[in-house]
Design a protein around this ligand. Structure first.
Ligand SMILES: Cc1cc2nc3c(=O)[nH]c(=O)nc-3n(C[C@H](O)[C@H](O)[C@H](O)COP(=O)(O)OP(=O)(O)OC[C@H]3O[C@@H](n4cnc5c(N)ncnc54)[C@H](O)[C@@H]3O)c2cc1C
Length: 486
């Protein structure tokens, strides 16, 4: 397994194709250090002996010990461990762990590349390509990200109906040495910190949309790829240091006539499999959310409880209501993901019903994962509202840290920030600053939108839930109980 030092060293060697604010910058630009620290933690925690069981796995391809973020789930136990690892790391880091897009795409592609070869009577070699890629990915302990979400243009139009066909990434030429693609992917989290970008379609495709049915993996600095990055982090602490300062960075990833060598192609033209791949990545990713979201909401719970104590309102009945509400979201989301893991199998819902798919990859149950992700997503801003409610307005108007340490203003701020006399001024200040980071920083704002839309907007989960739940069986049940015969 790699060390975080080697991971960061690798990033520094990559081609400079990262743009921020009108400039070409290094991958370890200080605005992205928080994201690098976060990803580094996935190596550091995996190397700790006490985390071995949770954070490492035995590769079914090589038999070697690997970081669980590179593993292809072989059992329901693997699914449980992925959910628990995600929750554990997000608790430790106080935010999104940012390495799940890679493992989720890796698992989704394992199934669809295999099915594509089967559909093509083994005239294609997508699964062999995938295996070669996955073996290297595991051996070198690579960081992957997933570029699924197309920029999508006019939302009422399909890919082939757009005024500009590049608004969904597509194949523009098939050559002897590879396939040329053009388009852009939005919201590509941590692509600037990833070794490899896994690209998948974003939606179901029609027969005229074979050119949009393309999946592949390329290094993030490949010729023709430009990443326009929006980093987000809370203001770096000057005096009140905290144990971990994270951050995130999302790329607008441009593919300008990029040649993808054939041995890196996992799908090329099979429109029937574009949708299942989109659905599977989303499913694995929503399963990840049932691990991360409980952890993030646990932090919100702790913040609300602590703030109530500091404000002197811990006994108020509305606080108890708020805490209970938050706990219900945490544990319902986790329970849904847990059941999703437990009911996981090598089957997937297809138009022909539940079918055995893929090479043995374990897929979590879609209903439970979508239910969990939807509950979490729809509550994201409600939780922000509870935070703002319990804290009052100070997170938004808190003076700069420097003013708390300035000779002239320090006595005033320390005197007037006081609430509960049992709590020191510094600790009250620290807690309000944590609220300010969560509610008012560029990181907090971006993370909240991510909690709502990341992994798919709630409407997407509702479509997945109602599309796969056996509603007809429930109608029949009611007819039987009501004595309706038709
Ligand atoms: C912080 C963050 C990180 C993310 N990370 C990743 C990542 O790493 N990789 C990745 O691939 N994606 C990522 N995403 C993308 C995420 O999956 C999308 O944001 C989500 O699927 C919504 O897509 P969109 O942003 O294009 O919004 P839109 O699809 O434009 O949605 C906006 C609104 O329009 C509605 N709408 C859209 N189409 C229709 C229609 N045809 N009819 C009616 N209503 C419609 C939606 O319901 C929604 O209310 C990330 C998003 C965020 C915010």
């Amino acid at each position: 397994m790699r060390t975080s030092e080697k991971y960061v060293k690798g990033l520094r060697k990559m081609r400079r194709n990262i743009r921020i604010g009108g400039e070409t910058v290094d991958r370890d630009d200080e605005r992205m250090i928080g994201a690098i620290r976060t990803l580094s933690a996935t190596f550091d925690y995996a190397a700790m002996p006490e985390n071995e069981e949770l954070m490492t796995a035995t590769s079914h391809l090589s038999g070697e010990k690997i970081n669980r973020f590179c593993h292809i789930h072989q059992s329901t136990d693997d699914l449980h461990k992925k959910q628990d690892m995600t929750r554990f790391l997000c608790q430790q880091l106080g935010g999104c762990v940012q390495r799940c897009m890679g493992i989720d795409a890796l698992n989704a592609v394992s199934v669809v590349s295999y099915e594509a070869d089967k559909m093509n009577n083994n005239q294609t070699e997508y699964y062999q390509n995938y295996l070669k890629f996955a073996e290297r990915f595991q051996k070198e302990d690579l960081v992957g990200c997933c570029a699924q979400t197309d920029v999508k243009g006019d939302r009422s139009k399909r890919p082939h109906q757009q005024a500009d066909p590049d608004l969904y990434l597509r194949i523009v030429e098939r050559k002897s040495d590879g396939v040329v693609v053009r388009g852009a992917k939005a919201h590509n989290s941590e692509a600037a910190q990833a070794d490899e970008i896994l690209v998948t379609p974003t939606r179901f495709l029609t027969p005229e949309e074979g050119d949009w049915a393309v999946a592949f993996a390329l290094p993030g600095d490949w010729e023709g790829i430009t990443q326009i990055v929006r980093p987000a982090a809370a203001r770096s602490r000057k005096y009140l240091k905290i144990p971990f300062e994270g951050g995130m960075a999302d790329s607008f990833t441009i593919f300008d006539n990029v040649l993808v060598p054939w041995d890196r192609v996992f799908l090329c033209g099979e429109h029937l499999l574009g949708g299942p791949l989109a659905l599977l990545f989303a499913l694995f990713h929503r399963h990840s959310y049932t691990g991360c979201k409980p952890a993030l909401t646990e932090l919100i719970l702790g913040m609300v409880a602590l703030m109530a104590e500091y404000q002197g309102i811990a006994q108020a009945s509305h606080i108890r209501d708020k805490l209970a509400e938050i706990i219900m979201v945490i544990e319902l989301t986790y329970a849904a993901g847990y059941t999703g893991s437990d009911k996981g199998s090598t089957k997937m819902m297809t138009p022909m019903g539940l079918q055995e798919v893929g090479p043995g990859t374990h897929i979590p149950d879609p209903i439970y994962c979508n239910v969990g992700r939807c509950i979490a997503g729809e509550n994201a801003y409600h939780e922000m509202m509870i935070l703002a409610d319990v804290a009052g307005g100070l997170p938004a108007t808190l003076p700069y840290e420097e003013d708390f340490f300035d000779e002239t203003t320090r006595p005033y701020l320390e005197k007037y920030i006081m609430r509960n006399p049992e709590i020191s001024a510094e600790n009250q200040h620290r807690l309000f600053r944590a609220f300010s980071d969560m509610l008012c920083s560029s990181y907090g704002g971006a993370a909240a939108v991510g909690m709502l839309h990341g992994g798919g907007s709630p409407i997407m989960e509702k479509i997945a839930i109602t599309g796969q739940y056996d509603i007809e069986a429930r109608k029949k049940l009611v007819k039987k109980l009501a004595g309706i015969k038709d």
